[in-house]
Design a protein around this ligand. Structure first.
Ligand SMILES: O=C(O)CCC(=O)C(=O)O
Length: 337
């Protein structure tokens, strides 16, 4: 009897997986996908086309700008100067990267620790428990474990909640349909700390989001409250992203390439790197190394419009990790529907 494994060329054998690009192109793609996924024992729905797979080694030589928000939150005596320096830094970061990190942002570390702790407990629950609060066709809030980005499945699980509860959404995608529907969050049973931690955290995020929005308005030479009027009946959401370890991180992504469609995003990532940002100057994917207690901010599509394309919404993605799980918590600021 012939052992299939012995017939496979060296680079296709288990444990000797070679991520060299040349090999990808030498083989018929479908064949390659099937063989590879069988060995790594993952569903082919997760496999990225070769050009979208992570590079064998991430570029992290330079990190995205790190900005200290204290001049805006605890203004020192010469606050005019330091505030204008701060807005200039934010303006440059938005223009050159579309991404930056903030420290001294005013969010208590206790709120962040609490939400991280309940999120980890939630994702550690048995699948049947998590599926009790599963998203459905009518209501997109709750748990979901088979998200697709650009038709490829992401190696992650998520939990979504709306900041305004209930939240008003158009009843259909038809442009002429003015009917609205009210949707409510779903909460896991017998887990009151989960809801409390999420609600407390979203309040902190909201304060930071409006502070950032004002700084961004100032950086564009606009009055600081220029954008504040668009948020009555806001459709802002918070998401918990859980990325389990993945047996084939060279073929998959935790979250495929995408841009955020809201106003801006405030992302808390744990200490496991995974987020990559497409650098504007050369299109390279740059790994955002975690900075303790910092938040990552990115310009999303609506700021791109509000700034007349001065600040562009930038593509990003999340690479998977073969050993470690990763948790991230984005807050997506959205105006009303
Ligand atoms: O997990 C991350 O670091 C980024 C997540 C993200 O891009 C998103 O949820 O839109």
């Amino acid at each position: 009897m012939i052992h299939l494994q012995h017939k496979l060329p060296n680079f296709l054998r288990p444990r000797t997986i070679n991520t060299n690009k040349q090999h990808y192109h030498h083989h018929h793609r479908l064949n390659y996908k099937l063989k590879f996924s069988a060995m790594a024992d993952i569903d082919t729905a997760f496999i990225q086309a070769p050009e979208h797979r992570p590079k064998p080694k991430s570029t992290a030589a330079e990190n995205i700008p790190l900005i200290d928000l204290s001049p805006a939150l605890n203004p020192p005596p010469d606050s005019d100067n330091s505030l204008s320096e701060l807005t200039a830094k934010i303006g440059r970061a938005c223009k050159n990267w579309g991404f930056f990190q903030v420290i001294n942002h005013g969010v208590p570390s206790k709120s962040r620790e609490k939400i991280e702790s309940v999120a980890r407990k939630f994702f550690a629950l048995p699948k049947e428990e998590k599926r009790k609060v599963m998203r459905d066709e009518v209501n997109p809030f709750g748990y979901y474990d088979s998200e697709h980005t650009k038709n490829v499945r992401d190696w992650k699980e998520v939990f979504d909640l709306a900041v305004e509860d209930p939240i008003l959404f158009p009843a259909s995608h038809e442009p002429d349909d003015t009917e609205l529907k009210a949707l409510s969050n779903r909460w896991p049973e017998n887990f009151p700390e989960f809801r409390e931690a999420c609600e407390e955290y979203t309040k902190e995020m909201e304060k930071l989001a409006f502070k950032l929005l004002e700084l961004i308005a100032l950086s564009l030479g606009l009055p600081k409250g220029r954008f504040n009027g668009f948020f009555k009946d806001q459709t802002t959401r918070l998401r918990l992203n859980y990325y389990p370890p993945c047996p084939a991180p060279h073929l998959t992504l935790g979250f495929g390439r995408h841009k955020d469609s809201g106003v801006l995003t405030i992302l808390g990532q744990d200490d496991i790197a995974g987020l990559e940002v497409k650098r504007k100057e050369d299109g390279e994917w740059i790994l955002v190394r975690p900075t303790p207690d910092a938040y990552i901010i990115n310009v999303a599509d609506i700021i791109q419009v509000w700034s007349n394309d001065e600040y562009e919404s930038v593509k990003h993605r999340v690479v998977a990790n073969s050993e470690k799980e990763r948790l991230s918590i984005p807050y997506f600021l959205y105006p009303s529907h």
